[in-house]
Design a protein around this ligand. Sequence first.
Ligand SMILES: C[S@@+](CC[C@H](N)C(=O)[O-])C[C@H]1O[C@@H](n2cnc3c(N)ncnc32)[C@H](O)[C@@H]1O
Length: 374
Amino acid sequence: MKSIGCKFSQVSAKVRLNEGSIYVIEKKMNMSPHPFRVVNRFLQTELDARGIRTAMELGVIDFLARGDSFSLEEISRLRSVNPRGLKILMDMLLGNQVVEEIDNRISLSRDFRGALQFADLLESRMAFADLIWPDIHQYFTQLLNNIPEFMAKANVFKLFRYDRCFEISPQNIAATAAWVKFTTCLTKYEAASVIQNVDLTSVANLVDLGGNSGEFVLRICREYPGIAATVVDLPVVCHLGRQHIDATASRGEADRITFIPADLRNHALPPPVDLVTFKSVLHDWPDADARTFMDRARESVRPGGRLLIFEREPIDLRGSRIPYSMAPDLVFLHFLRPAEFYLDHLAKLGFESIEYRRIVLDIGFHLIVATRPM
Ligand SMILES: C[S@@+](CC[C@H](N)C(=O)[O-])C[C@H]1O[C@@H](n2cnc3c(N)ncnc32)[C@H](O)[C@@H]1O
């Protein structure tokens, strides 16, 4: 078996499924800690999120984050918060281990201080879950049992409006920015597990199809100063992406990131490169389209180059309860596919070696890397 340069360490089974195709199935769960996952611990229920969000809005978290401990009376006076309301709020935060109380003095818990390192993710997860929650509350039966009806009724699908991503106008930019901020923040953290697990030292150029704000390629370019990256996405998304990269990347990184506004369904894709990536894109599409996108992506991989797919796997709770922070994942539950869907099609497309690893973040992800024959 030819190595394709993955950093995958433990291979637990090799399965020959099709003539000439070797799948390397990594069955062991990747238990690497991904420290940002700590934020989910504090967002188990809606009221957990309410408590934290309100404490942030009232400036109580910022106040306590300075490091001292305070009595309830001091917090109430210094932050001008109603004392009865503050008492309940503090009880909720104590119960959720956001704060601790010693000798009637309140301070942030050590673990929550750790979570505040990822304050953008914490806030983003709360905002995304809050946005989805009314749909779950109102249409949970339809979500489980009648997905067309759920899609017709749920407000979340009014947020992710790809039809508003073609014409660049102030209204479309505002509508698209409302969801691109969530995908950008999640990708900022999710990208790390791809970078940790796949060796990209031989890559000089890559194309990220459906690459959104460019956050994924920015993380890669930051790690690999020799890589030049192209993001293909719809025009409004590329417009926002250029702004995002210019605002957040260094000059050297921004110069290596190009955006190509295009419709993956029917526009020409860039000429072949060392690496083509699909991160959380294919699940948006029916099976036939997803296969067509993989067909098209193959043509953008140079012979000997690689195609990488990073996708959420079907939700499998294995007896655990669903935390509030997972509400957004629930909405996509019917669209997430087992790895075999991607592995089988890549094998049909004649990829030479196809490696798969399961990555566990908030939920499980498939990480698939396939090499095009020379
Ligand atoms: C779920 S988002 C994932 C974005 C990004 N890869 C990430 O992981 O954050 C799907 C992306 O596909 C893009 N997209 C949807 N339809 C598209 C099309 N027809 N052509 C190109 N991009 C498309 C969307 O604009 C969006 O950026």
